[in-house]
Design a protein around this ligand. Structure first.
Ligand SMILES: *Cc1c(COP(=O)(O)O)cnc(C)c1O
Length: 229
């Protein structure tokens, strides 16, 4: 547990240093601690070490953890999401990073309306066009934004991407840079209900590059909690 605490403080220092070197306000980068496969006890320990936002990928696992964790953590959903499971997470998560189709956004809108809340969403973009990854295509993102922007109880706050895996994080740079350009293009259209202030990009292996390219939400698991088994 104290390993988690020292990892957290090291990651936070790195984030602040990388942001500062890139000429950015360190406070403009928020850390999402990706806790999938790790125990509720580890999450609570991280919370008491000052971490507030946690990201989960699996609905069942998230629901189980949210049931036992009483600390006021902020839950983000970052994994592939089936529409028929939105109902289970609506009262738990503030933010969904992985919206990639209209039908899913419609269901999010419907479920959050029922509980009288607004869900913050990011559109996941498959920048590299990998067949194994979720996400809308680069070509399709603008029309998807326009369709979703009219839905009540949804606030579109930005874009998310997962580049291909590279041993050298510098090779992910073009994908991060492209996501930022897409967000800027969308922002320039001034669409009602679309803020585009957030870029969710960067994981344990490549968050440094992602911050240099403008990430505002970095999703880090392994570097905080250790290896997943
Ligand atoms: C697991 C996961 C992460 C965290 O990856 P690490 O390499 O452990 O930091 C980030 N984003 C998504 C979407 C994930 O599924």
């Amino acid at each position: 547990m104290s390993q988690t605490k020292s990892n957290l403080s090291s990651i936070k220092q790195q984030i602040a240093a990388i942001a500062a070197t890139a000429g950015r306000d360190p406070l403009s980068v928020r850390l999402v601690a990706v806790s999938k496969t790790h125990s509720s006890a580890e999450i609570v320990a991280a919370y008491h070490a000052g971490q507030t936002i946690f990201g989960e990928n699996y609905v069942q696992e998230l629901v189980a953890k949210a049931l036992v964790i009483k600390e006021p953590v902020e839950w983000h959903f970052i994994g592939h999401l089936q529409s028929n499971k939105v109902r289970q997470i609506a009262s738990i998560v503030t933010t969904i990073h992985s919206v990639d189709r209209l039908s899913l956004a419609q269901e999010i809108s419907r479920q959050y309306r029922k509980i009288g809340k607004t869900c913050q969403i990011l559109l996941q973009v498959n920048v590299a066009g990998e067949s194994t990854k979720s996400g809308t295509t680069v070509e399709g993102v603008m029309s998807l934004i326009r369709e979703i922007s009219g839905l009540p109880h949804i606030a579109i706050i930005g874009l998310m991407t997962m580049p291909p895996f590279f041993d050298d994080p510098d090779r992910a740079r073009p994908y991060f840079a492209q996501l930022r350009l897409i967000a800027e293009k969308i922002r320039s259209k001034n669409i009602d209900g679309v803020a585009m202030n957030e870029l969710s990009m960067g994981m344990s292996g490549d968050f440094s590059t992602a911050i240099q390219e403008g990430a505002t939400l970095v999703r880090i698991g392994t570097a905080i909690f250790g290896k997943r088994y």
